[in-house]
Design a protein around this ligand. Structure first.
Ligand code: ADP
Ligand code: MG
Length: 513
């Protein structure tokens, strides 16, 4: 979608559900999928006389995200009550933060040339630093509690209070995004970040990551922003992109027709592929925020910040750069391998185990070989079986055995793939044992291969003459015959070599005869 006359302006408000065992202000479990209304203590239900107590873990988690996104940290911040009435909010207010968000003024970087894993981009050189990155400002990150969940049926509405009090972070971006594509990339990076930090599973379909998108358009060259609308009910990253495309087109058409955009909240209907008005600006609510008198202020010390910072894992972008510079991996490989922290760790653990066996040598070639195994075999199995790499029967140590056999040229590449499959089912046997038992050890010894070549050439005298008479395409036939007659797996390169040599020898015999 290219507009030459208008520029879209987008800012996202993202809710991240934190992966804590208990709720933000009560000891209730947060486990997903429990029977409705079974994880509801009096605090979650807002019974009179109950007092909320802050879960310390939530502070650690918000600081992790805040520091990873280079936010400033408020040394003192307070909780506020946000009042509204809705059946899924038993207290009549939500505990949130208002004028003192715990983190503010940070940024998330996006790579505008990201190929999104769709195509190989091996050409990008490791030394080339991406000039295409853009910083998307973060206005604030604050803590709040989730509300319950309503389900509307024909016979009436049902409410499940299990989700009441589940900890959320609200991450508000600056209106720095300029296209649906940028919004998509921002969201994708934010999701990757929370997963790396281990603070949320970032699952949009299950509601662990929820996004509201604010969007306006303005004539190119105009400094002032246009009037914005807010899009809700965006349940996947693709929906965010599609809904924004739709809304931008609608706003431009409206402006072109001389009807100014009205500020309102819209619901995205994914099935119909269009938006529906939820409320106009006139119904805009006054939440009557005030500081929650039941909760003490959050005080953050230098020591708190230092300890969280020290325990931050390596961030995905840093790791990607390191994979390129240390192991010489192409940008595409480094991107795929660092998409998930577990996959990156699996890759590095395999490489470490492999280096122990090879004791040095060409580390780049070895890294590329492991990368190929992880990108093809490992990720194929984890996707097909819908499991994580930690659940794979082929552990990094076992994969290293397999790659080592390949490096030593003991097995062929197709043999390696067969053994990988077998290792998935046989949790005990080593790659070497499986290769042995299944005759997949590649024979590279010429003296073992020569007798078989001789007998094949003798059996096929006619074809040998034809070959020598110019039908060189028959070489493939001879190779196939040798491979088949061999008891075991001969190295095809060596077979080809020996065959050519023996055939040439016959040619000279012919000419001397
Ligand atoms: P509210 O208080 O109504 O939630 P905020 O000022 O917090 O409004 O902004 C909410 C989101 O809307 C932010 O992500 C911000 O970047 C974005 N935003 C603000 N103004 C515009 C605009 N004119 N066009 C697009 N997005 C905007
Ligand atoms: Mg807001």
């Amino acid at each position: 979608m290219v507009h030459d006359k208008y520029e879209p302006v987008i800012g996202l408000e993202v809710h991240v559900q934190l992966d804590t065992a208990s709720k933000v202000f009560s000891p209730d479990s947060t486990a997903f999928g429990a029977r409705p209304n079974t994880q509801v203590d009096p605090i979650s239900l807002g019974h009179p006389g109950t007092l909320p107590v802050l879960n310390e873990k939530v502070i650690q988690y918000v600081l992790r995200l805040g520091l990873a996104t280079r936010c400033k940290v408020s040394r003192r911040s307070v909780f506020a009550r946000k009042h509204y009435f809705y059946p899924d909010l038993p207290k009549g207010y939500q505990i949130s933060q208002y004028d003192t968000p715990i983190c503010y003024d940070g940024f998330v970087e996006i790579d505008l040339e990201s190929d999104d894993g769709a195509a190989s981009n091996g050409a990008l050189d490791a030394a080339e630093s991406p000039a295409s990155t853009k910083r998307i400002g973060l206005t604030r990150i604050h803590i709040e509690e989730d509300a319950g969940k309503s389900t509307h049926a024909e016979t009436g509405s049902l409410v499940d209070y299990n989700r009441c009090g589940v900890p959320l972070l609200e991450v508000v971006s600056e209106p720095d995004l300029r296209s649906p594509r940028e919004a998509y990339l921002y969201l994708k990076n934010l999701r990757k970040l929370v997963r790396y930090l281990g603070i949320s599973d970032g699952n949009m379909e299950e509601g662990s990551l929820r996004c509201d998108a604010n969007v306006s358009v303005r004539p190119c060259g105009q400094n002032r922003f246009g009037t914005r609308t807010e899009l809700k009910n965006l349940n996947s990253m693709r929906h965010v992109e599609q809904a924004l495309e739709y809304e931008i087109t609608r706003q431009i058409a409206s402006v072109e027709a001389g009807t100014p955009v009205e500020q309102c909240t819209l619901l995205w209907d994914a099935d119909a592929g269009e938006t529906r008005t939820m409320r106009s600006k006139e119904d805009a609510q006054d939440y009557r925020y005030f500081p929650d008198p039941d909760l003490v202020a959050i005080n953050i010390s230098d020591e708190d910040i230092r300890s969280v910072r020290e325990n931050l894992p390596e961030m995905p972008d840093q790791r990607r750069e390191r994979f390129m510079s240390d192991f010489g991996l192409p940008a595409y490989d480094a991107g795929v391998l660092t998409e998930e922290r577990e996959v990156a760790e699996y890759f590095e653990d395999t490489l470490r185990a492999l280096f122990k066996r090879t004791k040095g040598g060409d580390t780049r070639t070895q890294a590329k070989l492991v990368s190929n195994f992880v990108m093809t075999d490992v990720l194929r199995v984890t996707n097909e079986d819908n499991i994580s790499v930690q659940e794979l029967a082929v552990t990094p140590r076992r994969l290293a055995q397999l790659v080592y056999l390949r490096i030593e040229d003991k097995i062929s590449s197709s043999g390696a793939q067969d053994i990988f499959e077998m290792m998935q089912d046989d949790h005990e046997s080593s790659a070497g044992k499986l290769a042995d038992e299944n005759d997949l050890i590649q024979v590279s010894d010429r003296s073992d291969i020569e007798p078989v070549v001789e007998s094949i050439l003798q059996e096929n005298g006619g074809k040998v003459d034809a070959y020598l008479g110019g039908k060189e395409g028959l070489l493939g036939f001879f190779i196939g015959q040798v491979m088949r007659s061999f008891d075991g797996s001969p190295n095809p390169e060596v077979v080809r070599d020996v065959l050519q040599e023996k055939l040439e020898a016959r040619r000279s015999d012919d000419s001397t005869a």
